[in-house]
Structure formats: C-alpha cells, structure tokens
Design a protein around this ligand. Sequence first.
Ligand code: IPE
Ligand code: IPE
Ligand code: MG
Ligand code: MG
Ligand code: MG
Length: 312
Amino acid sequence: MAVNDGSAQFEGRLSEIAASTEALLDRLLGPNPAAGERIRPARLLEGMRYGSLGGGKRFRPFLVVESAALFAVPREQSLMAATALECVHCYSLVHDDLPAMDNDSMRRGRPTLHKAFDEATAILVGDSLLTFAFDILARPETHPDPTIRAALVLGLARAAGLGGMAGGQMLDLAAEGRFAATPPQLDLPDVEQLQAMKTGALLRYGCVCGAILGGADEYKRLALDRFGAIIGEAFQIADDLLDVEGDAATVGKATGKDADARKATAVAILGVTQARKKLFGLIEEAERALAPFGADAALLKSAARFVAERRA
Ligand code: IPE
Ligand code: IPE
Ligand code: MG
Ligand code: MG
Ligand code: MG
C-alpha cells in the first residue's frame, strides 16, 4: 500500500480521536462548578453526560483535529474546539429525537434522552450542551489569541443557528407539511439547501475550524470550506440511505422512518440507485477539493470514503 494512502490509518485515528474527545468531555462535565457557576444540578449534569458520553462516531471531532493538523495546531487546542462542536451535535440529536420533532426512542443503541429521563430534562440538556460549547470555545486553553477564539465562536454560532443547523431543522419539519394545509413541494435544490443547513453546516464548520485555529491563508481556508460543504451533503445522503437500507441494530437508531414521516430527502426524490451515484460523485469531488494539501490530506480523503461507505 502506498505510504500516503490514509485508509489503513483512518479507523485507528478515528477511534483515537473519539477516545480523546470522550476523555475531555468526561473531564469538562465533572461535578465541580466552574468559576461563575453556582452548582451543577445532578440531574442536568447526568443528562448532559448521558447525551454526550459513551457513544457516537465522533466524526465531527475527527474533522476538526485532522483539519487543524494540516497547520500543525497543537492537539490540546484542536481537541477543545472538537469537543465544543461535538456538544452542539449531541444537543442537536437530543432535540431532534424529542416527541415534538422526530419522536425517536433509540439513539446510539440505547434509549433517547427523553426516554431515559423525561422531556423537560431533554430540553434543558440540549440548552446546556449548546451553551457549554461556547463556554469551551471561549476558554484560553482553546487558543491563546482572543481574536481566534472570537472567530471560532462566530463560526459555530452561524453554523448552529438560524441560518444553519436549527434553520435546517425548521425547513425539515416544514417539508413534512406540519405547518401548512398543503405541504411545500421541494425539488432537489431545495432539499440540498435544507440538508446543507441541518447537517452540512456543522460538518463544514468542523473543517473550517482547523483553518481558523491554524491561521490558514484564504486559499487553504476556502479549500477546507469546500471540502466540508461537500462532505456535509454526502453525510446526510448516506444517513438517508441508511434509513432505507440499514437495520436498527447496526445503525443504533430506528430505520425506515423517513418515508412514513414524508421527510424531504435526496433519496425520496432520486431513488436509492441515483442517490448512491450522487453520493459517490460527491466523494470524488470532496477528494479533489483537498488538492492544495497534497499527500498531507490522505486521512481527510479516507474520511470522505468513510462517509459514503459507513454502515452506522
Ligand atoms: C446523525 O449524525 C445525525 C445526522 C446529522 C445525520 P451521526 O451519524 O454523526 O451520529 P453519531 O454522532 O455518530 O451518533
Ligand atoms: C438530523 O437529521 C439532523 C440533525 C440536525 C440532528 P435526521 O433526523 O435524519 O438524523 P437522525 O437520522 O435522527 O440521526
Ligand atoms: Mg430530524
Ligand atoms: Mg431524526
Ligand atoms: Mg436520519
């Protein structure tokens, strides 16, 4: 195997970064209040730990750490940003599963948060994980330069909120026909936009995060931005294919739900075969976007393959 082929290394690196993310989250979500906090209510802390520890592929942390590694950013710094992003992702899952949203009972192979606890706790766990992400980003350990920290905060806010993930979730629910007598008819570009927001924005931020931390020049920042956007689009198509073709035991969450819920997906519009074709086309595009980094980007290229081929 060629030395610059990252595929052999990928699985090892993903699990290594997952373990480091887990350890850092475990430490940050300890029982002792941080400066400025009063107490950490046990039930809320327990819920935050349940919603963020002990599961998940940690693919977003991987993107942050590996994109930052292109600029030789110290691992302690990139892991802080990675963990912040994972907190937003975990919050998005807790809220996505709520009865008022997708109404799911299983996540990461175990009961969803509102099943294991209760709905009010799940709402507050989501609120607290979201807020905690910005707490983490604002800490000097994340980067000594406050300008960089402010850029990280702004980037995450834009990716997570109104014009990003939360906005995409709104469009996702609207497309089901929940808010109007006649559901909006979404064409492929509409669905692409919705998915670029609900899923793409956080993955894209993960890639751009490395460039922000590393003080990358515009050319390299844009390359990572493009890579992240493509990976983001591919990731949701893969998720939607798993909903059709995967089994719950392997995927760790209920499958076969999107069609019944009349979710707007690329798979619903194109069918499985064409959607898969589109997915693999995107992976090639993602790999091309990494050209400015040459052999240094081998692991990120394998990450693109992983997005398309994953079974969970
Ligand atoms: C699931 O994300 C939700 C989507 C955005 C499609 P992941 O597939 O990354 O979920 P975990 O973190 O591995 O559980
Ligand atoms: C999730 O999309 C996007 C989020 C912002 C959480 P889905 O609703 O398809 O994710 P799963 O299938 O429940 O993980
Ligand atoms: Mg959803
Ligand atoms: Mg869902
Ligand atoms: Mg899904």
